[in-house]
Design a binder for this molecule. Structure first.
Ligand SMILES: Cc1cc2nc3c(=O)[nH]c(=O)nc-3n(C[C@H](O)[C@H](O)[C@H](O)COP(=O)(O)OP(=O)(O)OC[C@H]3O[C@@H](n4cnc5c(N)ncnc54)[C@H](O)[C@@H]3O)c2cc1C
Length: 461
């Protein structure tokens, strides 16, 4: 895996984004811990050579959680599996689904004030409550289908490490409660109670609520397997370069391996969506590179000491460290949640952030005795992934105006694991002719050119 140069001297984000042209996925993207532990997936490089079918009623671009669940939901809704094609630029599940923090972690309400400022109080409530519903949906889905994806319900904490962030979180909770939001599932720990409950010696306060950890690639691979074994076709190593208007209300999907005429095209391409939909410039769908690490635990975090909770260790709203530990192998997944560049490059990581992550883990958890680790303990791997941000902080879901028959499901602002299980079922209703009301999604998620123009004008943002 390549290392990238330090980004500390980066010019202003506005200038960088104006000049950043959306690109297709890099073919040599590095592997994450999730990828390295699932190399035996039989459909990893399914149909990686050979021509494509020339026509197909439904074509999904992207094989991450959004694409995989879209195929599954279309089949559930009665579409014949052999009428569905999934086109993936690289190996199956090679994007953010395979690079994330392994959390299904609804935002309890720390984003409430930001959502309310942009979308109004009622809509902010709907947005926050939508994430909570997804945790239950994922849990029920995994249980119903008995999916081997290391899903583990656990309590999670927002651990506040500065007075400013403690106050900010308190403000958000108060505003959320004043707006009628339910606090039934949220607990506050302060002072020594926060230190004791979280095991973090510098904790000032901690908010606790239910979440889960998961092996995201295993979940997406299960979904792909289920659809493929019913007859859906996945073509990997097949980047789509363009979608153009075809005959008879179809769209022509262009690849190096041929052109497919599709009745319905569903863009599940996450941070890369702008490469095929030029209206989604990097200003409107911003790829932010974030770095993750897997650590082999020392004795203090292994065996019966494996953490049964997860946490975001917060210094500032957008500077925090994400921590979860997998029950199966005890691997600690530790993320340095701050941007390490605006880019489409998932091939590299920086030593600077590795050092920061290890030092931070050590100082936050001195009991890990990280300095005295044995050979074999400590850093296992580092990788990066792209978070797809939107200016109004909510995803783009729905049909693309002016491009009837093309749909999008992207821009999860780093919350896809906590949103896709409501967004995709909603999107599939639209693909099959339903109305926006049928989706039951927050109105603010609805894609429209008006929404893009409003964001470009900075209106309300
Ligand atoms: C470091 C990191 C940590 C995160 N942590 C969390 C978390 O803790 N909780 C949470 O809820 N979310 C988290 N997220 C966000 C979450 O991972 C994403 O929102 C989610 O995985 C998006 O899934 P997706 O299927 O939409 O996109 P992806 O998984 O990115 O899939 C898109 C796929 O489309 C393919 N593709 C793109 N363009 C083309 C093309 N032109 N032709 C063919 N194929 C194409 C890509 O190769 C890719 O495989 C994190 C993300 C990152 C990067």
């Amino acid at each position: 895996m390549e290392k990238s140069p330090s980004t500390s001297d980066s010019p202003s984000p506005f200038g960088v984004l104006q000049n950043l042209r959306p690109e297709l996925p890099y073919p040599n993207a590095a592997l994450s811990y999730w990828h390295r532990t699932t190399r035996g997936f039989p459909y990893l490089r399914a149909n990686e050579t050979g021509p494509l079918p020339t026509t197909m009623p439904y074509a999904i671009i992207g094989s991450g959680l959004s694409g995989a669940l879209t195929a599954f939901e279309l089949i559930q809704a009665g579409v014949r599996p052999d009428e569905i094609l999934i086109l993936e630029a690289r190996e199956a599940v090679s994007g953010s689904t395979g690079r994330n923090a392994g959390h299904v972690r609804p935002d309890a309400c720390s984003g409430f004030n930001d959502y309310a400022a942009i979308h109004g109080t009622d809509e902010a409530l709907h947005i926050v409550n939508n994430e909570r519903v997804v945790l239950t949906s994922v849990q029920q889905f995994v249980q119903k289908h008995n999916i081997d994806c290391d899903f583990q319900p656990k309590q999670t904490f927002d651990v506040c490490l500065t007075r400013e962030i403690a106050q900010d979180e308190m403000d958000n909770v108060e505003q959320y409660a004043n707006a009628g939001g339910s606090l039934d599932h949220i607990k506050l720990h302060e002072g020594d109670a926060a230190k004791f409950r979280t095991g973090v010696r510098d904790a000032l306060t901690a908010w606790e609520w239910p979440a889960a950890s998961i092996h995201p690639v295993k979940l997406a691979q299960w979904l792909l397997t289920d659809s493929i074994e019913k007859g859906c076709r996945l073509y990997t190593n097949c980047p789509v370069s363009q979608v153009t208007r075809g005959e008879n209300d179809k769209w022509n999907i262009h690849t190096d391996r041929g052109v497919v005429a599709a009745g319905r095209v569903i863009h599940c391409t996450n941070a890369y969506a702008g490469a095929l939909l030029p209206q989604l410039s990097a200003m409107l769908l911003t790829p932010i590179k974030v770095q993750m690490h897997s650590l082999i635990p020392t004795q203090a975090f292994s065996g019966s000491n494996v953490l049964k909770t997860s946490m975001a260790l917060r210094y500032e709203k957008h500077r925090y460290y994400a921590l979860t530990q997998m029950a199966v192998d005890g691997m600690i997944i530790f993320g340095v949640a701050k941007p390490s560049g605006f880019t489409f490059d998932e091939t590299s990581y920086t030593d600077e952030l590795v050092m920061e992550g290890l030092e931070k883990f050590d100082s936050l958890f001195p009991r890990a005795h990280y300095q005295k680790k044995r050979h074999g303990e400590g850093l296992d791997h580092a990788w990066s992934g792209l978070i797809a941000m939107t200016p109004d902080k909510v995803p783009y879901i729905g049909e693309i105006d002016g491009f009837e028959g093309q749909f999008i499901c992207a821009g999860f602002n780093g919350h896809g694991m906590a949103r896709i299980f409501s967004c995709v079922p909603g999107l599939v209703k639209l693909v099959l002719g339903g109305s926006w009301q049928d989706t039951k999604l927050p109105e603010s998620f609805r894609y429209s050119h008006g929404r893009l123009n409003k964001a470009l004008a900075g209106d309300g943002l």
